[in-house]
Design a protein. Sequence first.
Length: 69
Amino acid sequence: MPLRHHFEQNFHVRHRLDRYGAGRCLDYDQTGPEALAHAIAAEIGRPVSYRPVETDGAARAAALLSELI
């Protein structure tokens, strides 16, 4: 659940998670304890199919910066 009124979490992080196929998004204001429990129960044991997360961001940034030095 993204923090309420938090631009980065509601837009950028949500977009990234969608791109990777990572789970489901819940609305903070509309998710009470019961709804959260049902969402967790529905996700447990569900087969996953998501893209591998890129881990070379720092190396790519360093390579780009080294060209400027």
